[in-house]
Design a protein around this ligand. Sequence first.
Ligand code: NAP
Length: 487
Amino acid sequence: MSIPTYGNYINGEWITSGSTFENRNPANTDEVVGLFVKGSAADVVRADEAAQAAFASWSALPGPARGNYLYKVADILDAKFEAISADMTREEGKTLPEAKGEVRRAINIFRYFGGEGSRLGGMIVPSERDRVHMFAFRKAIGVVGLITPWNFPIAIPAWKIAPALICGNTVIVKPASVSPLSSWHIVNACHEAGIPKGVINFICGSGGEIGEALVNAKNVKAISFTGSCEIGEWVHREASKRKLRIQLEMGGKNPTIVLADADFNSAVENCVNAAMFSTGQKCTATSRVIVEEAIYDKFVAAVVERTKKLKVGDGMKPGIDIGPAVDKGQMETDLKYIGIAKEQGLQPLCGGERLTGTGPNGEDLSKGYFVAPTVFADVTEAMTLAQEEVFGPVLAIMKAKDFEDALRIANNVPFGLSASVQTSNLSRVFEFIYKMEAGLLTVNLPSAGVEYQLPFGGTKDSSFGPKEQGPAAMEFYSDYKTVYLKY
Ligand code: NAP
């Protein structure tokens, strides 16, 4: 079977010539999912000019008309739901049911923000002065650069592209190089929906080259970035020099606190789900479980027992719980942190190595980047595993004397993305809600698994700038114009 080549999209045209890079299946590296044209800084300049040229007419379209385009994009994605989901599993490795959930979310996001086109409200308030009418209304910002990571390769591009477009901006999208096909599908749907040329542009290629060109592109007014802290901090420094509007969503070290009064079985399930599903590669994944002393030993044993039952293998096959790491680099990072934990005196209670044997469906795991779901207990606050993001199926369990101690440990990291508490005590729930330093909180649920209708984002080193998703997204992608009118 010939390998498809996917182009970049600039000014309404697919650019399919030029050198390419491979997108390989992390569950079976013999399979090349596609070849992607490697964009350049010069492509960013052309996209920037096209986006600027398209801005006046796109932003002048009535909001409901832009909304109709977004509804069409949602319908096109919906019609290709199965194929897009399978492509995501092949390029990113998450299981097919997980990929389907994510594609469904992306479709819902386009529908949700399509509706926002009819609700682009402003404010009207009474003036202190006689016969003065005063109000403020939203207006688009201009050309917006969107830089996305590999772990939610369609949902994250969707939750940036849809609000950016509905507010009347034009966009340049730079997807992660290890999983560009999922966001390619969004751009292709925009093309098929007839979104005017220049409104959306898509450039794959080296993060350093494309990212730098994007942050420095003449007409770009704002950058929304999701990815690592290291690159996010670079984006912040560079973009600040030009006074760009910036939104950064970065790493985490998310805790789940388990108290002795929790529903034990559901707490075990929530912790294992949040730590291991999607191979631990969710920004909201639980990577520290902090357990009250009274149930510590029993809880650790139950988590290990449940983790050992997880089926690791090719996510396209039935019955698989955990797919591979997204690429060799991420697998090596997972193994590196397992090694550091061992050097610091810990032994894994399960997992702790790369899997290279035969998978549950007869697949040859040595062809992929599979890491056994790994649990360490007795992790203490100063240990690397308690402080640094792994972004893999590696869980650190920590002991706390009581709720106050657990909350203190939970807050004792530089990050603040998501956090969870498992308890039946209502007062503790509220203490947690008010004192936990994180942007996303869950109670008696896994720490991961958010919806698109509410603000999304963290605090401390995890995030910078206005929140994403829900009504909050409109704040980042639009500005107010305020009017005082004497009649
Ligand atoms: P990453 O290495 O920072 O890459 C993110 C994006 O930035 C990619 O598109 C990458 O392109 C691009 N990039 C690389 N170098 C750049 C540069 N110098 N200038 C501008 N852009 C550049 O992160 P990742 O490994 O893809 O994603 C994993 C990280 O994302 C984890 O830390 C995770 O916690 C975080 N994350 C956070 C959230 C959240 O909402 N807080 C959500 C998801 C993921 P290339 O792929 O071509 O290098």
